[in-house]
Design a protein around this ligand. Sequence first.
Ligand SMILES: NC(=O)c1ccc[n+]([C@@H]2O[C@H](COP(=O)([O-])OP(=O)(O)OC[C@H]3O[C@@H](n4cnc5c(N)ncnc54)[C@H](OP(=O)(O)O)[C@@H]3O)[C@@H](O)[C@H]2O)c1
Length: 266
Amino acid sequence: MCKSMFLAATALLFKIRVLTSNYKRFIVTSGEIPIRSYQVVVAATRDMGIGKDGKLPWRLPSDLKFFKEITSGTTDPVKQNAVLMGRKTWESIPIRYRPLPGRLNVVLTRSFEIKNEANVVTCGSISSALEMLAKAPYCFSIDKVFVIGGGQILRETLNGPRCDAIHVTRIETSVECDTFIPSIDFSMFQPWYSSPLLVENGIQYSFVTYVHVRNSEDGTIARKTDGKCNDVKSNSNGFEVENFSFLPKMIFEKRDKYMPHSRSIE
Ligand SMILES: NC(=O)c1ccc[n+]([C@@H]2O[C@H](COP(=O)([O-])OP(=O)(O)OC[C@H]3O[C@@H](n4cnc5c(N)ncnc54)[C@H](OP(=O)(O)O)[C@@H]3O)[C@@H](O)[C@H]2O)c1
């Protein structure tokens, strides 16, 4: 009896610790203002090409399936995730497929208005979108926030201090692109998972996830700003698996499988 109560209490404490660490990860404060952190999902060539003529430069149905799974899955069934995208990426989605179902579609634009669309909101800046998602009602209804492109948005968010993870479909085959994003900063991001090399429609690709490794245990104190690390209460081991339970379940559970073979994008 005592042993089972002790085990139940330990499990509860562990759960509270994980939930608290996730909350702190999701909603951090910038000065006095709460702001959401996010994960990036993108498919990119070796030289970080992501688009051509306003469209995706490749046809990879299995990548679209992966994108749908990773951006739709939630830990809490009553919540949904948010996908943040630039206005041009929104317009690149065929009308019959938008808004992306089961997710709050946040479209970034400085001039454009999308009227009368359920599950779509427009925001005039990335910071106002992340602030909006940290406030009621979204802080209660939105589980994870994914930044999904395109080039202009990713140039501002990839490698950002609030970027918790980058899920990149690495396109190995050479494909012509006209839209590019910066390289991943490997001084901040470390590989978590890498799939084996796959082939579809003559395109070689693999799925790779990088996580933002911060120095503090809860990820809220030692945060990189302007290339410097504010090392208050630092913990030398920032790479504790438990700290990354914010990752989509399908990625979190894969760590042990492929980690030793993962490769970095040069
Ligand atoms: N490979 C991938 O995973 C992937 C993913 C997504 C997209 N893509 C590709 O990327 C290309 C589109 O990228 P893009 O760079 O041309 O456009 P984009 O980033 O999708 O959208 C640019 C637009 O977003 C708005 N915007 C940009 N920065 C903003 C900010 N800080 N605050 C508020 N609004 C902001 C502006 O809209 P307004 O002009 O309305 O003000 C701007 O014109 C397409 O080829 C698409 O297929 C690829």
